[in-house]
Ligand binder design. Sequence first.
Ligand code: PEP
Ligand code: MN
Length: 339
Amino acid sequence: MIVILKKNPDEKQLNNLMAWLENLNLSIHPTEGQMHTILGLVGDTSAVDIDLLRALDIVEDVKRVQEPYKSANRKFHEEDTVIPVGNTQIGGDVFSVIAGPCSIESEEQVCQIAKAVKASGATMLRGGAFKPRTSPYAFQGLRGHGLELLLEAKRQTGLPVVTEIMDLSQLKLFDKVDVIQVGARNMQNFELLKELGHTGKPILIKRGLANTLQELLMSAEYVMAGGNENVILCERGIRTFETATRNTLDLSAVPMLKKMTHLPIIIDPSHATGISWMVKPMAMAAAACGADGLMIEVHNDPKRALCDGAQSLTPEAFDDVMQAVNAILPHAYKMPKGM
Ligand code: PEP
Ligand code: MN
């Protein structure tokens, strides 16, 4: 980290600053320039409050030389992380397809969808039991009962299951869940992330509606700092000025995250576009640019879905997407080593 001081800094304030930085176990390397004095800080700067430093009277600017995320950083972990999940894995040579309804609605619905997506090649089943809805009057999910139905679909198909947690109080119900999803709206629920860091379970973190890639990685860092290295990142569209699609799918996040981190990255074209016919081209594009997998909403009767019907694929449309994606995978972009 580099601290650029203002011209002729007050000596007392400078001494205070030096003492504070030394207290953080950092060694300070000053360089006198013609215009400014620069302090080079060497050591673990992750605990330094950069905004506080920048606000000091004698400080002109502060620049980080190293990223604030350590465990998630590709620089310190060159190999891709591969996360075993049930009879499959996320990352590495497997292209994971997590498919299923937005919300679990009934045993018949979730089991029927599970069987169909499995037959088309999905590697995991998704389904929401606790739903983060914009309106308190909208269907909120079947909650604990929904989880039981999801686990019944797991029993019937053998597919590992992915479902969203919204609050720490729900964690005790997630024992048999294979992958715990942290939704976009909870990406920066730091207390939740910290607690999930103490579970051994794979945690799928969706990028927030208005969060940078670095912020997404800092959320992953929260889980990893607790000792749980099994984190999967998910780009699901961000909010921009565009209104023709539900969100804007940031596919450039895939190669950029591949450079920044060793964690697997999956794309959710359903929530990103909000439109069922757009799922296929965006899923193909995600496969082409090197994503580790997809999360796709599938419903046996999208018109009657209790949540997100407009973006849900029928099982037949999902099968068509799988074939298109499988045809692209042998040609997918692979990040050159050492990028
Ligand atoms: C979901 O996957 O069901 C969901 C609510 O997604 P997001 O958090 O990306 O909106
Ligand atoms: Mn949904």
